[in-house]
Design a protein around this ligand. Sequence first.
Ligand code: GAL
Length: 951
Amino acid sequence: MKIPHLKYQILFIFLIHAVAFAQEKSPRDLALIDNGWHFAFGHLNDTDKDFNHGTAYFSYLSKTGNGDGPASKLFDDRAWRLLDLPHDWAVEQPFNEKGSFSHGFKEAGKGFPEKSIGWYRKKIDIPASDLGQVISLKFDGVFRNSKVWFNGHFLGTEESGYNGFEYDVTPYINYGGENTIAVRVDASMEEGWFYEGAGIYRHVYLQKTNPLHISTNGTSITTEIEKDFATVLSSVTIENKGHYKGLIAVTYTILDSNGKQAGTFTEKVIAPEFYKKAVYSSRIKVYNPKLWDVDDPNLYSLIVEINQENQLIDLHKTEFGIRSIRFDAEEGFFLNGKSLKLKGSNNHQNHAGVGTAIPDELQYFRIKKLKEMGSNAYRCSHYPPTPELLEACDRLGMLVIDETRLMGVNDLHLENLKKLIERDRNHPSIICWSVGNEEWNIEGNSTGERITTTMQDYVKSIDPTRPVTVGISSGFRSGISSVVEIMGYNYMGNGDIDAHRNDFKHQPGMGTEEGSTFATRGIYFTDDAKHYKSTYDKKPRPSFFSIEEGWKFYATRPYLAGMFIWTGFDYRGEPTPYGWPSVTSYFGMMDICGFPKDNVFYLKSWWGNEPVLHLLPHWNLDGMEGKEIDVWAYSNCEEVELFLNKKSLGKKKMEQYGHLEWKVAYQPGTLEAVGYKNGKKILSSTRKTSGKPEKIKLTPHQKILEKKDGIAVVTVEVVDNNGWHVPTTNNEITFDIKGGGKIIGVGNGDPTSHEKDKFIDTITSVALKNLEEQALDNSLLLQQLPVFNENNWKQAFEKRDYKNPAPAYVYRASFDLNTLSKKDAFTFFYQKIGIDAAVFLNGKMIAPSSADAQAYLLDAEDLNEGTNTLHIIATPIKKVNDWDVVNTNPGIIQVLKHAEPWKRKLFNGLAQIIIQTDGSGKPIVLSATAKDLKAGSIHLDVKHSVFPKLN
Ligand code: GAL
């Protein structure tokens, strides 16, 4: 055998080590259980419509395991809708003027008792071999006020719509069989003044660990950077839910981003006692560390292993970064010792088409869009974010202010704050904890001062490495702002920032909110009747400031660490200044799809590193011939010259953080800007009057989907016969998808659009009425219905002598179909009211479905519009014990109305459609058609590779 060169030998050894680590089977298992949930609406105040839940003689609070209605494991949910999480039921609803302004006028939640309670149920098999493990259900977030049952056992209530929570289900498990999870979600109350969605809108996991294991969020990592090494200080909380007593070895291993070991430490310790926790810690030196930075977000990982008697019993991985942060009262923010101005945006987590149920890859899409704008910071206004958002910020290099929901010092507030910090503290992206926002009742007074002091100290008791801020909108120089560690100025118009700073010279500060400007993407002339706001950067209100005014203020004051614009993206709700029929906000630098408004290019010019030259408006101003148009250029070039149809309209000097303006008499053709640096032309940019709309063009943000739940965000536009974008079209486009994908949402960024975000099948349940019976004198299950004596029908199961029943019974029930469409699908989900049964629809015998022996697919030809009759002939179920409960509910009829094809109008030339793989690995073809336009289509490849998740 040829001996490889020494360099390759070493590489080979490294690789073996990395592979060995990656292959080490973690004894813990974290399985995503997002797929295959049954869903139905309950009711806020009509118990009947809430499946009679909570009415049992012995309730689930009286006796453990007594969950009733859908909370019972015996409940039949087959007629419910089947869906995958994450799910936001609010986004699926139509718009309604009676809806909530802040939640974007969706017909859900507050004010809609029939759409404010959602029930979710899922069955999971747990093998007998899992006996002895600790098994828990982990929810990343449910909006809101959720109650959870496992096999009928009530596990608890989580009121917050933003907390992650976990329930131990170990003792309630049916090992080697089926188990039922039931969740009741009550979204009747709002926590915020912005769209919050409704339902299980984040991931759910089933976690299995050894009884002795690392606690959830039990790892804490901080780093200290020295000259040529960094000290990584980690602590780990280990809990014992078993009876093991004795020594355990805790090993901490740091791997670099290539999986190469960068340091390790092992310690033998005494395991904590039964149901106790203990914290252990380590200090590991990493030499020549590669720092985490916004431009090069290098990550390390810490693997903590527990070995018990030489057997690996837990392994947990946490990603972290080595970096230093500092806020300085004179010089602003420092990352790794270098001054860095925070160029931030505030954002709510919702997006076109999907609402708050944001697929993981969409989080990355959105953070990348913000980075493209030149942004380096993100404020999670005003609640704990989805974990994947922070993962995206870590991996893409985006600094984060992580914010809790509500200020106060009681368990409600402090426990929630603690959960947030413990969950998020290892993300290198997080540079600051925010303990509140615009708390108008307390901002400027001593109550605010006292609460802030306590919350701030409480934060420090958990994480001493990051400072605390509050977004403050009034009462600068008093109350909260006199004690908060980092002053968070919400709007220059709300107070004198320089005056505050003069009073509090030792307090660093930043603009936690600025802007709140109004703009509609693609609109250049304000039209209040149409709720259109022009996108030229203007003061939104007399006491507020344009983006340019805001940035000039913050950029020129070194003592201010930076500014966070309200907002990066438009979001549902808060359609200020218009209100209904507008349903989304106007504040975004981008619309709700992530299509840039022109301000993005102002920011790109002064926030980014690339040369920028952008002209507004577009040059398809049909009917404006000869009229004077404001032409603006956003650029970081030193000079810009404007040409219309090759004729120069003058060269202008760019002021720092400014923009340039010309008045131009409109004529169609080509508007061109040429940018100069040091007198040399460095780039140009044109706006051309396009021809007629010709063809639909589809452009996915990625062509290969590699994740099992991967997405493609597809831009839909119309081009003319030169292939030029037409910026004024509003054609309605219809979509069709084939292969291994599904469409999960459509949008177009129009704040006034009331088109559907989602096209989903509608499922309704029709109850059976007037259940009656007649006793039969033999147990023959007839093939044909005889004529029964009308006088012999009596209410079914009434005063039945279960000890001496008749040989068989015939039951009769009716159900009404107000409308009957032959395109719909009808299913009778039968529940056994006898041992054997023969079922007849409107007198005709029907056969059970091949997939489910207790379900009958009803042929629309056999159904009547109006009343229908079911007969069931069945042999009776006998009671063994007097207290046995015999089912008397024969089931329910499900009507499934197929969704119409997905469609959306373009808004000013653009729409967006989001596609997700269905996990089959098959390629996807999306096609789009519209009247008078040539169709467009794209092909997406799907290459799933599986990355096991360790934590
Ligand atoms: C701020 C508030 C934000 C948003 C914004 C709209 O006062 O903190 O959440 O409502 O106003 O202008």
